[in-house]
Design a binder for this molecule. Structure first.
Ligand code: ES4
Ligand code: ZN
Length: 326
């Protein structure tokens, strides 16, 4: 009867979460205060009022500005732990979180400060909430290939604690082909690969992510539906799509949630999952991303079971851990 309650109680994994996108306005003020960073906003209300986006770039400009308050290892630990607390409250038992090291190293925050802080938050979440997690290093695609290689080099001491590399930021004009060599280098170092593709970019970018980056998952993938041959390929290869409903709504990828493609994806046999992307900016954590679709697309209890199941089968957990969650 109460589908929202059922969703909350069902164990789920989150596979598409930018940890910098979990920075709530209240925390932004707190970190700015304790680090003596000047915020151009005067109040939490003023920050929230600025969260009106008509495309991805509108959001990215504000998201990178917000991240400037993050300076110390404690900031990154507190940020991560606060995310895990909220995800835990939503029934998330495993999370594979993205971080954008270049956003921090480019303003003088060492890679180690970021990584050590996030890893401390992950350890605390395991201890306090029994949650497991993995770290995914994302390259910013609006920056060049050399910068991505430098970031992979920065990560070398941490490669045993990083599961995968990803690709995020401004999609259109920055195709996966730009990062084919750095993804090959990451693969040679034993890292898995994911990439944002088909959020705003065309189906050709999804093909490129598969062919040139050899990805294990596609982040978003909404526009793959425009290409029936691509859909067939994604179905045949059991490719996981990490779909983010509230993000799609807020960034006007799907301005009207009644037109959201999730149900169609499931009907086509695609391994779709539900995720929060940047929950502090888009209006909710995983639970809210499921419940937002109940009325607009008639999400059912069976759909929810399939989506939660997909979140584990699409994860980078070892098979025995996946089996325990199914
Ligand atoms: C992102 Cl929604 C989205 N798309 C691309 N890059 C991102 N970085 C953080 N959120
Ligand atoms: Zn994303």
């Amino acid at each position: 009867a109460d589908l929202a309650g059922f969703i909350r109680g069902l164990p789920k994994a989150e596979l598409h979460l930018h940890i910098e996108g979990s920075l709530e306005p209240e925390q932004m003020f707190e970190f700015a205060r304790r680090n003596r960073v000047d915020l151009s906003y005067k109040s939490v209300e003023e920050i929230r009022a600025a969260y009106e986006f008509s495309r991805l770039q509108d959001f990215l400009d504000i998201y990178y500005a917000g991240a400037q308050v993050l300076l110390t290892e404690a900031d990154f630990r507190d940020l991560a732990l606060a995310y895990f607390r909220r995800a835990h409250a939503d029934g998330v038992v495993h999370a594979e979180i993205f971080f954008d090291p270049q956003t921090h190293t480019d303003r003088g925050v060492p890679f180690a400060t970021v990584a050590d802080g996030l890893l401390a938050g992950m350890a605390a979440a395991e201890r306090d909430f029994g949650m497991t997690s993995k770290l995914i290093l994302c390259f910013l695609r609006h920056l060049d290939e050399d910068a991505a290689f430098a970031t992979l080099k920065d990560a070398e001491p941490y490669l045993d604690r990083i599961e995968a590399v990803g690709l995020d930021s401004s999609e259109v004009g920055h195709p996966p082909s730009k990062f084919a060599r750095v993804f090959a280098a990451a693969a040679a170092q034993g890292l898995k690969r994911v990439a944002h593709a088909g959020e705003e970019g065309p189906p050709a970018y999804v093909h490129e992510a598969l062919d040139l980056l050899q990805v294990d998952r596609i982040d978003h993938g909404n526009r793959a539906l425009e290409d029936p041959a691509l859909v067939e390929r994604l179905v045949a290869s059991n490719m996981t799509l990490t779909v983010c409903p509230l993000s799609n709504h807020k960034l006007c990828v799907t301005p009207d949630l009644r037109a959201h493609p999730l149900k169609r994806m499931l009907a086509l046999g695609l391994r779709a999952t539900v995720n929060s992307d940047d929950p502090a900016y888009f209006g909710g954590y995983v639970g809210a991303n499921y419940t937002a679709l109940i009325e607009p697309i008639g999400l059912t209890r069976d759909d929810v079971l399939t989506l939660a199941r997909n979140s584990f089968t699409g994860s980078f957990l070892p098979q025995d851990a996946i089996d325990k969650h199914l």
